[in-house]
Design a protein around this ligand. Structure first.
Ligand code: FES
Ligand code: FES
Length: 164
């Protein structure tokens, strides 16, 4: 199959590459760009481990062809926060034990990151609904929900401080 020239902005940096159009976005991110944060859990759109942000929407990157992301903006967990500059969600997951094995965590946090931009003060039910496409085999979700609630409170307090 002939390769297609794609240009995708990932975490604020423009990347150009030749890729087979049928390449999945998750494989492009992990293999061509070496962004190992998004994980592959099922490859069938069920688990959410591969969740990234595409033009302001959470998507499962195992369900997106790289050709569909051509000309678009992608954010992965590496763009949400970094060692030494963790996002409030990452801090909250650490503090409130929102992870055990950590396999679901990059996708879970990337999803929660978009959720809190859409709804900065979600109820517990809204959080549970918002992350319903992301499966965790370890935590029972209790501490994940607590972590997202804590991050929402931190971000809200920081926003109020900035406005004062
Ligand atoms: S790897 Fe994409 S949803 Fe499971
Ligand atoms: S922390 Fe292990 S799958 Fe979620």
């Amino acid at each position: 199959m002939s390769k297609k020239h794609v240009k995708i902005t990932v975490n604020g940096t423009a990347h150009e590459a030749l890729a087979e159009p049928r390449t999945l976005l998750i494989h492009f991110l992990r293999e061509a760009l070496e962004l190992k944060g998004p994980h592959i859990g099922c490859d069938t759109g069920h688990c959410g481990a591969c969740t990234v942000d595409l033009d302001g929407r959470s998507v499962k990157s195992c369900m997106v062809f790289v050709a569909q992301a051509d000309g678009h903006e992608v954010t992965t967990i590496e763009g949400v926060g970094a060692p030494g500059a963790l996002h409030a969600l990452q801090e909250a997951f650490r503090e409130h034990h929102g992870l055990q094995c950590g396999y679901c965590t990059p996708g879970m946090i990337t999803r929660a990151w978009r959720l809190l931009q859409e709804n900065p003060a979600p109820t517990e039910a809204e959080i549970r609904m918002g992350i319903s496409g992301n499966l965790c085999r370890c935590t029972g979700y209790q501490n994940i929900v607590k972590s997202i609630q804590a991050a929402a409170a931190t971000l809200s307090a920081a926003g109020q401080e900035a406005a004062e």
